[in-house]
Design a protein around this ligand. Structure first.
Ligand SMILES: Nc1ncnc2c1ncn2[C@@H]1O[C@H](COP(=O)(O)OP(=O)(O)O)[C@@H](O)[C@H]1O
Ligand SMILES: [Mg+2]
Length: 242
């Protein structure tokens, strides 16, 4: 379990994360928020990519700062900006990430084959990333993040720039992969998490304004809206305006 206590991140005088506390368990947690809400900053703090200003992030009871490399090894992460290596083949890219994770070559090779198959790219291992569509790139990133079987999987805007069909496809892969691990998916697109997230965090200006299941969130605003059929989209719109 990941437990976050009074987390604060300032960039200079600007408070990007303003005292967040929460507990994250296995399954998919979606972080929904407008651009600038602080989603990427929160994920970068959880992955230990940037320094927090204050507060605690505990993994199974120990601060991730004391866990250090042992913790980072358990985390798979797809960053928001995809710095892809156009001349790498998908297989080379996977082996490169595997090496960064300190995996044994033979294990990495085996997992690469399995994971590329899971994301529907079995026959593309020797094709260059430069020739891939946006959806294929995101699927390679997802496969790479899954190397070494991470206990925590962090996905920052994984469907950015994808067409609807690719978006659905990626969402299904994520749902399949999510079992038995903590998955945190940040997005500003409600449909990315609507049917797959067990819990949703609504973020606004560096704060968590809601943390509940999609069903609870929908039930909560049903009375406030004069509408027959309320969706998570309505919840998101309601809280962006209130
Ligand atoms: N390295 C940085 N230096 C200064 N401000 C930053 C930096 N990174 C992000 N911010 C600011 O922090 C806020 C939250 O950004 P971010 O976490 O990227 O939000 P989101 O991912 O929800 O769009 C924004 O106002 C952004 O401009
Ligand atoms: Mg972001």
């Amino acid at each position: 379990m990941l437990k976050i206590k009074n987390l604060v991140k300032k960039y200079g005088d600007f408070i990007a994360i303003n005292g967040i506390s929460l507990e994250l368990n296995e399954g998919i947690t979606g972080i929904l928020g407008a651009n600038g809400a602080g989603k990427s900053t929160l994920l970068n703090l959880i992955t230990d990519n940037i320094k927090r200003t204050s507060g605690e992030i505990l993994y199974n009871g120990t601060d991730i700062l004391s866990l250090g490399a042992g913790y980072r090894k358990k985390v798979g992460y797809t960053p928001q900006l995809q710095g892809m290596y156009e001349d790498f083949t998908a297989g080379q890219f996977m082996r490169y990430i595997g090496a960064l994770k300190g995996m044994k070559h033979s294990v990495c090779k085996q997992e690469t084959g399995e994971l590329l198959e899971v994301v529907g790219l079995k026959n593309y291992a020797s094709k260059k990333l430069g020739s891939f569509s946006g959806g294929m790139r995101q699927r390679v990133l997802l496969a790479a993040a899954m190397l070494d079987d991470p206990e925590i999987l962090i996905l920052d805007e994984p469907t950015a720039g994808l067409d609807p069909e690719e978006r659905i496809r990626l969402r299904n892969h994520i749902a399949e992969i999510a079992k038995n691990r903590i998955v945190i998916l940040a997005t500003h697109i409600v449909s990315d998490i609507e049917s797959v997230a067990e819990k949703v965090i609504l973020m606004k200006k560096g704060e968590i304004i809601k943390y509940a299941s999609p069903r609870e969130l929908i039930d909560e605003i049903r009375d406030k809206l004069d509408k027959e059929y309320v969706t998570l989209e309505d919840v998101y719109l309601y809280y962006s305006e209130h």
